[in-house]
Design a protein around this ligand. Structure first.
Ligand code: 2P0
Length: 343
């Protein structure tokens, strides 16, 4: 009989308060707390089963990856970590993974990818095809989040829907991610304004290692608790006029850290700056209540409420922009099914 097929699907997330810089790189302990909104459409879908070949086999977007492929290496390292975390050697897996969104467009595929891999591998190894079955085996969502972060820090925030906090706490053992508000709390849209989809020249993991070299990093760390408090208040009140300026300050501050190391990490493009000016102009002159945030790339995430979305899209179309529509979403899913086709 063919082995059971486990299906893990995890969303990406957009950070409102950014994770940039690690206090302990080996332990994947962040230098500061972060806070994100889970996305609805940008997801990684991963199908796993026990492999008959005697070694892990990884297929990405329908193509088998060579073992030395950097992406395969990252996944293989994480499988080794997970197998050790489960405290017994685990059988090799056949893994088929794909994203519902284009790579290198400013959506963190490492967050959704590592979250889906963590959930799926643990589920397959423990033969647990639902959250309830995992709980019965002693595996909580918080535990999965803690393991997912070892694959990619931001992945720990993709274990829940809605708004999620990743708290650095006093050390790697006490860091934790947890859901703050479910998606129903506040329906926010995220329109991803595409400036460039070229692969970035410096990976996020490399970038993280430079943060402490910036003369602006310590001042940033000392100011973050105040910004976090204000953001939590704005989220609790669903107050976009309060949240929006904080989103923009936070994104620009993170890029100031990147730009103030030697050599500088320049993810932004001239068009990014033009759009920043344009978005602010639309807001000030036309009352278009839209605010931007930016990840480790040149593309802008435009955050607004659903009532503003049609006017924003009309403006973007007139300006000849390219974009992807997304918004707040639910968390990951886990299931089983040999013949299930992804949408
Ligand atoms: C974030 N980013 O909070 C920030 C904002 C990018 C900009 O987390 O080294 O891919 O795998 O832990 O999670 C990107 O970093 O880095 C990131 P690793 P990760 O979403």
């Amino acid at each position: 009989m063919a082995p059971d097929v486990y299906l893990a699907e995890a969303p990406s997330n957009i950070a409102f308060l950014k994770y940039w810089g690690k206090a302990d790189a080996a332990a994947q302990w962040p230098a500061n707390d972060s806070l994100s909104m889970t996305l609805r459409h940008a997801r990684t879908q991963t199908r796993l089963q026990r492999s008959a070949s005697g070694h892990h086999e990884i297929h990405f977007e329908g193509k088998r990856l060579a073992a030395q492929d950097p992406f395969a290496q990252k996944m293989l390292r994480h499988l080794t970590f997970l197998s050790e975390a489960l405290e017994e050697s685990q059988v090799p897996l056949h893994i088929d993974t794909h994203n519902t969104f284009p790579a290198s467009c400013g959506i963190a595929s490492s967050a959704s990818g590592m979250a889906a891999l963590t959930i799926g591998a643990v589920a397959c190894w423990l033969e647990a095809s639902s959250w309830e079955a995992l709980t019965n085996k002693g595996i909580s969502r918080a535990q999965l989040a803690s393991w997912a972060r070892r694959g990619s820090g931001s992945a720990c925030r993709s274990l829940w829907g809605g708004f999620v906090v990743w708290e650095a706490a006093a050390g790697p053992a006490s860091q934790r991610a947890y859901p703050l508000f479910p998606s129903a709390h506040w329906d926010l849209c995220d329109t991803l304004l595409l400036v460039s989809t070229a692969p970035k020249s410096v990976s996020s993991s490399q970038g993280h290692t430079t943060a402490w070299e910036s003369p602006l990093f310590l001042p940033r760390l000392s100011g973050l608790p105040t910004r976090k408090r204000a953001m939590l208040e704005a989220l609790a009140d669903c107050n976009l006029a309060q949240l929006g300026p904080l989103l923009e300050q936070e994104a620009l501050e993170m890029h100031s850290i990147m730009l103030s190391v030697v050599p500088p990490i320049v993810y932004l493009l001239p068009q990014t700056a033009s759009w920043i000016v344009q978005i602010r102009r639309w807001r000030q002159e036309e009352g278009l209540e839209v605010y931007f945030t930016i990840d480790a790339g040149p593309n802008l995430h435009l955050i607004c409420e659903p009532s503003t979305q049609p006017a924003l899209l009309a403006r973007l179309a007139q300006a000849g922009a390219q974009w992807l529509e997304d918004g707040i979403g639910e968390g990951p899913t886990l299931g089983m099914g040999r013949n299930k086709k992804w949408e």
